[in-house]
Design a binder for this molecule. Structure first.
Ligand code: SF4
Length: 446
C-alpha cells in the first residue's frame, strides 16, 4: 500500500538530539575533536568588562569563523545566514535549535577591538599547533618555507603612480587601512605579527593604492598586475602542518633577487649554505643556435672552448696594467677570434648574424656552477618534493578555501585572514589524517 505523509509540521515538542543528526564522518566532527577552546575564555577575560550585559561568547565567534574558513564561506554576513539552518554548523558552534545566531556586525566590531588587542587569532593558531604536536604530526626535523601572492581587496584601477604626492587632508581623512600603514611606518618596532611595512625595499613602488597602501602592485609571470599581499608559510615536512604564518606585502622583486647569482655567491662563499634552488639559465637559446651551455668553461685557463674546439677569451693580449674586464652588469665578456670563425661549418649554428661569438659570464658564475651541480644530487630532488608540500597547501588555500582574494583591508586584515586560514588548514589536516573513516568504524564494530 502506498504510504502518505500527513504533512503535519506544527508539533510543539520534539524528541531531538542534534548529535544524532550529524554524520559520524562529517569533517566538523573531526575538527571538533581536535579543537580545544578551553583556555580561550581565560585568555580573553582581561579584555571584557566585569559589569554590564553579557557579550557574545568569543568561543562561538571563533567556532563560526573556523567554519567559514574551512568551508570557503568568506562573507561574515553569509556565514551567519548559513549557520542558522545548518544542523552540523549549529552542532559545531554548540548552538541549540532555537539559539540565536550572532549578527554579522559583531565580528567586525570584535575584530577591530578585542580580537586584535588580545591577539586572539594568534593564540588560537598556536593552541591548534600545540595539539598537532601532541598528536605527533610535527616531526621537527625538516621544514619548508614559501610565500604565495593573494590579491588585496582592491580595484586595480584605483591606485596612483608611486611618484605622486598624496594629500591626506582632503575628504574624511585617511581610512583605517591607511592609518594602520602609517602607524607601522612610524612605530618601526619589531612587532612580529603585523605586516612590517617599514621593511619595504628602497625602490619606489610603481603604483600605490590609496585605500590600502601596504598592498603592493605586483604580477605573476605573464599575467596582469594587481595589488596583493603575500602569505608566508613555514611548514613541518612530516605531515605538512603549518608551524608559522606571516603576512607581508607582496615583494616579488625580493623573491627574484633571492635567486640571483650574487645572492647564490653570498650563500655559498660567505654563509656556507648549500642552496637547493633552480638556476636561471639566461644563456639558453630557442632559435636552434648554440646555447651558452654548449661551450665548455675551462677555469684554469680562464676561457671557454666552443663546439669546434676554439677558445673564447676575455683578452687577447697582455695589458701593462692588469684589467678586470668586469662590466657594469658584473659580467666578463668572452669573445671568439674572428679568424677561427669565418667560413667555418658551425658558423650558422653559432653566430649566423655576427662575425664572432660572445659569452657574457657573470662574476658569480662559479657559484651558479656549484648550484647546478647541487641540482643533480638526490638531496635536491628530495627538497623539490618537500617544497611541493607548501605549494599544495597554497593551492588548497586558494581553490578549496577560496582565499584567492582578501576580504579585509590593511596589514591587520591580511594578518587576521592568513592566521585564520592556516588554523583551519591545520584543523582540517588533523581531522582528515587522524579521524577514522565511517567504513573503518563499521569494520571495527562488525
Ligand atoms: S663560429 Fe667560431 S665560436 Fe662558433 S663554433 Fe665556430 S669557431 Fe667556434
Amino acid at each position: 500500500m502506498m504510504g502518505q505523509r500527513s504533512g503535519d509540521q506544527d508539533r510543539l515538542f520534539y524528541t531531538f538530539n542534534l548529535d544524532d543528526h550529524i554524520p559520524k564522518d562529517h569533517l566538523l566532527r573531526g575538527i571538533n575533536h581536535f579543537f580545544d577552546a578551553g583556555d580561550l575564555r581565560k585568555h580573553m577575560a582581561p579584555f571584557y568588562s566585569h559589569t554590564g550585559r553579557p557579550s557574545i561568547d568569543p568561543e562561538l565567534m571563533i567556532r563560526m569563523l573556523i567554519i567559514g574558513y574551512c568551508f570557503g564561506i568568506r562573507s561574515e554576513r553569509r556565514l551567519c545566514e548559513e549557520v542558522h539552518p545548518n544542523l552540523a554548523y549549529r552542532w559545531f558552534c554548540r548552538l541549540g535549535l532555537d539559539d540565536a545566531v550572532p549578527d554579522h556586525s559583531t565580528f567586525s566590531k570584535n575584530r577591530h577591538g578585542r580580537f586584535r588587542d588580545s591577539d586572539m587569532l594568534r593564540h588560537v593558531f598556536e593552541s591548534v599547533l600545540r595539539r598537532c604536536m601532541k598528536e605527533g604530526l610535527v616531526g621537527g626535523e625538516g621544514f619548508a618555507i614559501d610565500a604565495s601572492v593573494i590579491k588585496a581587496d582592491a580595484n586595480r584601477t584605483r591606485g596612483i603612480a608611486g611618484t605622486e604626492t598624496i594629500d591626506r587632508s582632503r575628504g574624511e581623512g585617511p581610512s583605517r587601512a591607511v592609518r594602520e600603514y602609517l602607524a607601522t611606518l612610524d612605530e618601526n618596532d619589531d612587532d612580529a605579527h603585523a605586516v612590517d611595512a617599514s621593511q619595504e625595499p628602497a625602490t619606489q613602488p610603481k603604483n600605490i593604492l590609496l585605500t590600502d597602501p601596504a598592498a603592493r602592485w605586483t604580477a605573476a609571470p605573464g599575467g596582469p598586475a594587481f595589488y596583493a599581499y603575500s602569505t608566508n608559510y613555514l611548514i613541518d615536512l612530516h605531515a605538512g602542518i603549518i608551524v608559522d604564518v606571516e603576512a607581508t606585502p607582496a615583494y616579488r622583486t625580493q623573491e627574484v633577487n633571492s635567486t640571483t647569482a650574487s645572492m647564490l655567491a653570498w650563500m655559498i662563499n660567505d654563509k656556507a649554505i648549500e642552496p637547493q634552488v633552480p638556476v636561471w639559465e639566461k644563456g639558453a637559446r630557442s632559435d636552434e643556435t648554440f646555447s651558452n651551455s654548449e661551450f665548455q668553461w675551462l677555469e684554469q685557463s680562464n676561457k671557454y672552448r666552443c663546439p669546434a674546439g676554439h677558445a673564447l677569451r676575455s683578452e687577447r693580449r697582455p695589458f701593462k696594467s692588469p684589467r678586470t674586464h668586469i662590466t657594469k652588469a658584473n659580467t666578463v665578456v668572452y669573445r671568439s677570434n674572428q679568424l677561427d670563425c669565418t667560413g667555418r661549418v658551425l658558423k650558422n649554428q653559432c653566430c649566423p648574424n655576427t662575425p664572432i661569438r660572445k659569452i657574457a659570464r657573470s662574476v658569480y658564475e662559479s657559484a651558479r656552477d656549484k648550484v647546478r651541480a647541487i641540482a643533480k644530487t638526490p638531496a635536491y630532488r628530495q627538497s623539490r618534493k618537500d617544497r611541493k608540500k607548501v605549494e599544495i597547501l597554497f593551492a588548497h588555500l586558494k581553490r578549496v578555501m577560496k582565499l584567492d582574494r582578501l576580504r579585509l583591508r590593511g596589514p591587520s586584515g591580511a594578518h587576521d585572514e592568513f592566521l585564520l586560514a592556516a588554523t583551519a588548514q591545520n584543523l582540517r589536516r588533523m581531522a582528515k589524517w587522524l579521524m577514522p573513516k565511517q567504513e573503518e568504524v563499521k569494520n571495527a564494530s562488525a
